[in-house]
Design a protein around this ligand. Structure first.
Ligand code: CTP
Ligand code: CA
Length: 244
């Protein structure tokens, strides 16, 4: 049943949310993918619709059911390039873009038109080549950074652009240090930071996030709590910013 929230603070606001993982094809039956479940992005779409927004959910690979809500239109995408093309179209009418999708940083340079076989071609000894193939990768565009650059070119403040950061931290830098750098690099308005790893965040129902702001305002933390509550905390920040 479509949820409605007493707050209708996003009434008439067009919110585009990307969710789930991209799949980068190797051949007609194989792809490179990732562990994103799509739960956080879908939760944001549902929470925004409940608060009155008109939502477009751009969904990659998700392992949950897609929402059925009168104010959510869903478009499916497979690869990062598909996602970029959809967003280029949608960004013209969007008030807010939230990039919750897990976009592959790289894709195979070549997509085989037929299934790649275990033995391929002829080996040095004249027999079948049993060696393992090498997959060459190329960089995907940084869709989020491109959206920010395009807004800059248009000279406007719209759409309001929100990124997510999947960070594990490393020996030298904490999750938040890496995220601050990422926010500066991407130039988006908000960066929602969470820790990732197998069984941590990915696929779980709960999440803990820190929302960093480009304008230097104090970070907002939410959780550990449900991805629905995290969504509302994020939308609280966005709704406040849109009113300014
Ligand atoms: N993103 C994007 N296009 C890409 C890669 C990421 O739009 N090609 C977006 C994601 O949807 C997310 C944000 O950028 O909102 C940050 O993604 P993340 O993977 O954390 O950052 P990267 O810049 O790819 O850096 P790295 O993976 O090296 O940490
Ligand atoms: Ca990445």
């Amino acid at each position: 049943e479509p949820g409605t929230d007493p707050r209708q603070d996003l009434d008439g606001v067009v919110v585009v949310v990307s969710a789930g993982g991209t799949r980068e094809a190797l051949d007609p039956v194989r792809y490179l993918g990732n562990r994103s479940s799509g739960k956080q992005g879908v939760a944001i779409a549902e929470a925004a619709a409940a608060r009155g927004a008109d939502v477009v959910l751009v969904a990659g690979a998700v392992d949950i059911r897609l929402p059925d809500h009168p104010r959510i239109v869903t478009r499916r995408i497979e690869s990062a390039l598909d996602l970029q093309a959809q967003l280029a179209d949608l960004s013209k009418d969007a008030d807010v873009i939230i990039m919750a999708a897990a976009v592959a940083d790289f894709r195979p340079r070549h997509v085989a038109t037929a299934k790649i076989k275990k033995t391929h071609g002829q080996g040095a000894d004249g027999g079948p080549d049993e060696s393992a193939p090498t997959i060459e990768l190329v960089r995907n565009p940084d869709i989020l950074a491109e959206l920010v650059r395009e807004r800059h070119r248009q000279g406007g403040q719209v759409p309001y652009i929100v990124g997510f950061a999947a960070e594990t931290g490393d020996a030298e830098h904490s999750v938040l240090e890496l995220a601050q750098d990422k926010l500066r690099r991407k130039g988006c308005d908000l960066l929602v930071v969470n820790q990732v790893g197998v069984g941590v965040t990915f696929g779980q129902d709960d999440n803990t996030v820190t929302i960093l702001r480009r304008d230097g305002g104090a970070p907002v933390t939410a959780g550990p709590t449900t991805k629905t509550r995290v969504s509302h905390a994020l939308l609280d920040v966005i709704a406040t910013e849109l009113r300014r």
